[in-house]
Design a protein around this ligand. Structure first.
Ligand SMILES: [Zn+2]
Length: 246
């Protein structure tokens, strides 16, 4: 899979997990020890906006409006529990042409869970999304980026491609829209220097409960899209990089 780009140091630093031993292997997003995951393609002009932990009635609708205004499609890794609570929002996301991926039912750290629970979390979330949208789910992002061989094996058995990221928006912290935008722009610039695409991790929800305030994320996305209207940046969904990799 030529679309996989190694950006280990940035990703590990992003997670604050520059530890040793098993921690390295199971959560370092670009570690190849426990199998491969899709991160980004090789065209530095391509940028994927990805949003985890929704649907969220406090932000997803506003985010959809911003994306529609700029004519950009994004990737949403939704939680099954929230999708069950707000199926109408998932329907809107799908109807607007965005890519929807699996982010488990309840957001456990899968590297700590037995195989049966991993299977249950992935199967359950797929079923919820497919029931709402009628479209097969093909992508999966492990909560916290945590994974181990059995997690990736189960995901692939189910036809799911694991997806990580190489730019972190830090938008789960109360740092404000300007600093979120700064993190995104810095990460995109770094990837351009390295000659790879950018896969931006953001959140339209909060895994601890429905209603998380993510309006700073929405504002940061609006400013990002306003800043890159026609300068060669192409906003893509993550499936672009699987196709590109052949
Ligand atoms: Zn998450």
């Amino acid at each position: 899979m030529a679309g996989v780009i190694v950006d280990a140091a940035a990703a590990a630093a992003a997670l604050g997990l520059l530890g040793g031993g098993m921690v390295y292997g199971s959560v370092w997003p670009t570690s190849q020890i426990f199998g491969r995951a899709l991160i980004a393609g090789s065209d530095p002009r391509e940028v994927a906006l990805t949003f985890d932990d929704g649907p969220n009635d406090a932000a997803t609708g506003e985010l959809l409006e911003v994306l529609a205004r700029h004519g950009v499609r994004a990737t949403f890794f939704v939680m099954g529990d929230f999708a069950l609570q707000r199926p109408e929002i998932v329907r809107l996301v799908h109807g607007a042409g965005h890519l929807i991926g699996n982010h488990t039912m309840s957001h456990p750290k899968l590297s700590m869970e037995p195989a049966a629970r991993v299977r249950q979390e992935l199967t359950g979330c797929n079923a919820v999304i497919e029931d709402i949208t009628g479209a097969k789910v093909r992508y999966f992002r492990p909560p916290f980026g945590a994974r181990r061989p059995v997690v990736l094996r189960i995901a692939r058995e189910m036809g799911l491609t694991p997806v990580l990221w190489n730019v972190t928006g830090y938008d789960w912290k109360p740092i404000g829209a300007a600093r979120i935008l700064g993190k995104l722009e810095a990460g995109m610039a770094r990837n351009q220097r390295r000659g790879c695409s950018s896969n931006l991790l953001m959140h339209d929800g909060g895994h601890r409960g429905m209603g998380a305030n993510r309006m700073d994320t929405v504002r940061a996305v609006d400013r990002l899209l306003t800043a890159h209207p026609g300068d060669g940046t192409r906003f893509v969904t993550v499936d672009r990089w699987v196709e590109a990799a052949g």
